[in-house]
Design a protein around this ligand. Structure first.
Ligand code: CAA
Length: 263
């Protein structure tokens, strides 16, 4: 998602520094940006070369007005990044997380500027989907929230504000839907295609819950469900055993070529 976020920020005229610890990840992100920008240019979007010129791959955290962190859904990894960013970005900079479930309040508490820490949660594919879920930690100031809501508007997105409770708004609603679809499959109620067809043609969703889980990543879905389960304490949020089994088998969805479907 980092590449998608970099793309929409650069397309708004801002300069972006892009960093990923994983070897090859920045290159893959830039290649995805090229493909996406080419598609968008055919429909009147900005010149891909001009947008890409504003994106600079960097070797680590660098000073900036805003950081948008989009690493793996692991609270420890995210906390370490927020602590490091607090020492490198100027004191007035805002530190945002694209997390889908990790409490923003704990990330804010890891820094010396908790009022300038916020959740800025984009949706996949970032260049296409219009939503940014803006999550206020307990400590987040009104000024920070206003700045991020305005930025979302500048990126051509619509912000929906949420308080910092497990799963925020989006995943509190989406993950039980995905999980129930996995239970239906596990219990043999229907084949994956039938389950997804119900959602596509019956509820007018662009894709069914199993195909969507493959897009999000089954490991990410399980991580989010664990946060919901632990944070809200209700067994209804426990990840379906079939989802866990697929993750154990390395069937993580599109990114590994196999999840509920083969790619
Ligand atoms: N960049 C630019 N354009 C893109 C693109 C990208 N990355 N991906 C797709 N498009 C364009 C296509 O070119 C196509 O354009 P035209 O209509 O002009 O031809 C259009 O979007 C539709 O794409 P497709 O024809 O390939 O297929 P589609 O109609 O099925 O749309 C989809 C694909 C946009 C992914 C759509 O299926 C969709 O919106 N699915 C639901 C996605 C969703 O729910 N995402 C949220 C996931 S939850 C999350 O991200 C956060 C979390 O916390 C877990």
């Amino acid at each position: 998602m980092g590449g998608g976020i970099a793309q929409v920020v650069a397309a708004s005229g801002r300069r972006v520094s892009l960093h990923d610890e994983v070897p090859g990840a920045v290159e893959r992100g830039v290649a995805a940006m090229e493909r996406s920008l080419t598609k968008l240019a055919e429909k009147g979007g900005p010149d891909p070369a001009e947008v890409l010129e504003r994106v600079t791959p960097v070797d680590g955290l660098v000073p900036a007005d805003l950081m948008i962190e989009a690493v793996v859904e692991d609270a420890g990894v995210k906390k370490a990044i927020f602590q490091a960013a607090d020492g490198i970005l100027p004191a007035e900079a805002i530190l945002a997380s694209n997390t889908s479930s990790i409490p923003i309040t704990t990330l804010a508490a890891a820094t010396g500027r908790p009022d300038r820490v916020i959740g800025m949660h984009f949706f996949n594919p970032v260049p296409v989907l219009k939503l940014v879920e803006v999550i206020r930690a307990v400590q987040t100031s009104d000024e920070t929230t206003t700045a991020i809501v305005e930025l979302a508007g500048d990126l051509g997105k619509v912000a929906a504000e949420a308080r910092d409770f497990p799963g925020f708004i989006s995943n509190r609603i989406l993950m039980p839907f995905v999980n129930e679809a996995a239970h239906a499959l596990m219990e043999g109620v229907a084949e994956p295609e039938a389950i997804d067809t119900i959602a596509k043609l019956g509820f007018a969703h662009p894709m069914g819950p199993l195909a969507l889980a493959d897009l999000i990543g089954l490991d990410t879905c399980v991580s989010i469900m664990e946060v919901l389960h632990e944070g809200l304490g209700d067994p209804k949020y426990a990840p379906c055993p079939l989802l866990r089994q697929y993750v154990q088998a390395g069937r993580l969805g599109r990114k590994t070529g196999r999840g509920f479907y083969k790619y």
